[in-house]
Design a protein around this ligand. Structure first.
Ligand code: ADP
Ligand code: MG
Length: 232
């Protein structure tokens, strides 16, 4: 037990270092990107493709940096009362282009008046990471379902896909730093999500079966307003 606590503390200090480095590295990357785009517009053929490759790598570096930044600051900032169905609709809006490109359909089963008191941006981050993974796991023609409900007097968000699923060994590693089975993965998304949900006094659980799919259940403390709405 004691060892666990110490380990968490160390990750925190490393996280702070990562945050300041990420900020510093982001600026030159933005400059590099801008110049590459300028050069690219004047080129053709092979050279144009080389610049496109370089730009894609800059994008990748930026993605890694923003994942790191999120890892190091899962502090819950300004909290507000919000209806979760609006949040789910926002996620669908954000991720639909990506899903469509992969031939994956998103389905929602929502309920109004499930309220939580929380930091909107942090929750959005966590849910986008989880939903993006579901889309990435689904194959062409696959489906991702997002469901909202009240369970055990908690707000319950369920994200289910019929994608490739995970082996028992992978299931145990999900949510740990740098675990990724993807060629271009950072292995930071679920680690960030776990930290955010835990900082919100919530819980996140993964169930999965290879070849069948994965189901993620997120429970969050329910705001009093939901119960009032249910009674009224
Ligand atoms: P990344 O997406 O960059 O690989 P994540 O931390 O988001 O990193 O996810 C870690 C790993 O967990 C993924 O590489 C994948 O193997 C596994 N994983 C997460 N969600 C799912 C899912 N819905 N279906 C199958 N595998 C998943
Ligand atoms: Mg991911």
């Amino acid at each position: 037990m004691r060892r666990k606590i110490r380990q968490a503390e160390r990750i925190n200090t490393l996280g702070e270092l990562a945050a300041s480095m990420a900020h510093e590295v982001r600026n030159p990357l933005t400059v590099i990107k801008g110049f590459l785009q300028m050069v690219q517009s004047g080129l053709e053929g092979k050279n144009r493709r080389y610049i496109a490759l370089a730009l894609a790598e800059v994008d990748r570096a930026e993605r890694i940096i923003s994942d790191y930044l999120n890892l190091s600051r899962p502090k819950i900032g300004k909290t507000e009362l919000m209806d979760l169905s609006g949040m789910v609709q926002q996620i669908v809006l954000l991720l639909k282009p990506m899903a469509t490109k992969q031939g994956v359909r998103l389905y929602t089963e929502l309920r109004n008046e499930i309220y939580v008191h929380t930091d909107r941006n942090q929750l959005l981050q966590a849910l986008v990471h989880v939903t993006r993974n579901a889309i990435e796991a689904a194959e062409d023609g696959g489906r991702v379902y997002i469901t909202l409900a009240i369970q055990e007097e908690k707000a319950c968000l369920n994200i289910r896909d019929n994608g490739k699923g995970m082996s028992q060994e992978h299931l145990e590693r999900v949510g740990t730093l740098f675990f990724s089975t993807k060629e271009v993965g950072t292995g930071l998304g679920t680690a960030v999500s776990f930290r955010i949900i835990e900082a919100m006094d919530g819980s996140i659980r993964y169930e999965s079966e290879p070849g069948v799919g994965t189901e993620v259940t997120i429970l969050l403390p329910l705001a009093q307003e939901s119960l009032l709405a249910a009674e009224g």
